[in-house]
Design a protein around this ligand. Structure first.
Ligand code: C5P
Length: 243
C-alpha cells in the first residue's frame, strides 16, 4: 500500500490526506497528555474508544442539523472527515463550575452556573491556550461578528444535544470544548464542528455518585482512564466491539 501523506500530527491525533480532495483521514492515537504535554502516557485502547465516541456524537449532531466535519468511520482508529480551515480558538461551554473557571473565579467545583457560559481560548500550545475575549478575536481577525454569532449558536446547540444524550444515560455534562472549522462553498463559507468530541474534551460526572468519567481521571490520577471511557461507551451502547 502506498505510504500516506501526513498533513498534521497533534498530541492525540494524526491527520492524513484523504482519498478525495477536500477530505482527510483522522487517526486517533492512544497518547494521552495533560498540562500542555507536561504529563504524558499511552493508554491502551483510548484511541479506539475516542474514535467510536466521536463518531457517535458527530453523527448525532449531523442528524439534528448541526453540521460537523465527520463523514464516516473507516476502521477502529480512523475516520474520514472533511478538510476544514480551523479557527484558532478552543470554544468551551460550561454548565457547572469545574477546572479552570473554579480556579480563576474561586467557585467551588460542582456549583451549577446560572446559565451555560461560553468562553474562548486562543489555540497556541506555547502560550498555553490563553483565554481571550470577543474583542481580541475581532481585533486580530480570527473571526467576524457574524462568525461569533454562528459559533455561539453552534456551541449552545451542541451543549443541548450532548447534555440530553448524556443525561439519558445518567451522566451530567459539566463542560466541554469544541473546535470550529470553515468550509468554503463557492462564495460562501459554512462553519462546522471539527476536531473531536470525546471524554478527552468533556467533563462527565455520574449523576448519582459524582464519579468522574473523563480525562480528569488522568489529569488528577483518580484511577483507570480506559475503564472510565469504556463505561461511557457502554452506557451509550457504542462499544467498539459493536462496530
Ligand atoms: O481546563 P478547563 O476547565 O478550562 O477545561 C474546560 C473543558 O475544556 C474541559 O472539558 C476540558 O476537558 C476541555 N479542554 C480541552 N482541551 C483543552 C482545554 C480544555 O478539551 N486544551
Amino acid at each position: 500500500m502506498a505510504r500516506r501523506t501526513k498533513v498534521y500530527e497533534g498530541k492525540a491525533k494524526i491527520l492524513y490526506e484523504g482519498p478525495e480532495p477536500g477530505t482527510y483521514i483522522q487517526y486517533f492515537k492512544d497518547d494521552t497528555s495533560a498540562g500542555d504535554g507536561a504529563k504524558k502516557a499511552q493508554i491502551e485502547g483510548k484511541g479506539v474508544l475516542n474514535n467510536r465516541l466521536s463518531e457517535y456524537f458527530m453523527t448525532g449532531l449531523n442528524e439534528i442539523g448541526v453540521p460537523t466535519h465527520f463523514i464516516r468511520r473507516v476502521n477502529m482508529r480512523e475516520q474520514l472527515i472533511r478538510a476544514v480551515e480551523i479557527i484558532p480558538l478552543e470554544v468551551v461551554v460550561r454548565n457547572v463550575a469545574a477546572g479552570s473557571i473554579s480556579k480563576r473565579l474561586g467557585i467551588d467545583e460542582g456549583t451549577p452556573l446560572p446559565r451555560p457560559i461560553v468562553e474562548y481560548y486562543y489555540k497556541n500550545d506555547e502560550l498555553h491556550d490563553p483565554m481571550v475575549s470577543e474583542e481580541h478575536i475581532l481585533a486580530f481577525g480570527w473571526a467576524t461578528h457574524q462568525d461569533l454569532d454562528d459559533i455561539i449558536a453552534l456551541a449552545l446547540r451542541v451543549n443541548d444535544f450532548l447534555s440530553g444524550v448524556m443525561m439519558g444515560v445518567g451522566i451530567k455534562l459539566i463542560d466541554f470544548k469544541i473546535e470550529i472549522g470553515r468550509i468554503y462553498e463557492g462564495d460562501f463559507q459554512r462553519l462546522v464542528i471539527a476536531d473531536e468530541i470525546s471524554p478527552d474534551s468533556c467533563r462527565l460526572w455520574d449523576v448519582k455518585t459524582g464519579e468522574k468519567l473523563d480525562k480528569d481521571v488522568f489529569r488528577r490520577d483518580l484511577g483507570n482512564l480506559s475503564e472510565a471511557y469504556t463505561e461511557v461507551a457502554r452506557r451509550l451502547g457504542v462499544m467498539p466491539t459493536n462496530a
